[in-house]
Design a protein. Sequence first.
Length: 119
Amino acid sequence: MKCEKCFSLDLKVLESRARDTGVIARRRQCLACSHRFTTMELPPGALRYVRHHLVVWEQRQTGKYNTMVRQRRKIATLLCEARDSGKTAVDLAGSYGLTLAMVYYYTSPSYRKKLNGPK
């Protein structure tokens, strides 16, 4: 960390505050020029979380999000029907171009319950 004014590396933390959101605000002072400033530290993984939600928000604004959800439900329904008819997960992954993990996820009982909705 460098001072904003003189770019010195000699800094002292005067005060630290943790906020409800997980952000840590630190009040710092430069030992060379006595300039004071505040820095904000994000918790680990916060940027990935924010980016994901910005992408989802953008997709919802353009209508792409609902289309993607419908496509996922359609694929999951097709996979469940094929799995019930006796096809293996390896066959389904090869024919739909999915990974085995995705096939297992889409055909899992918990996803089927989510797919069918509450009864």
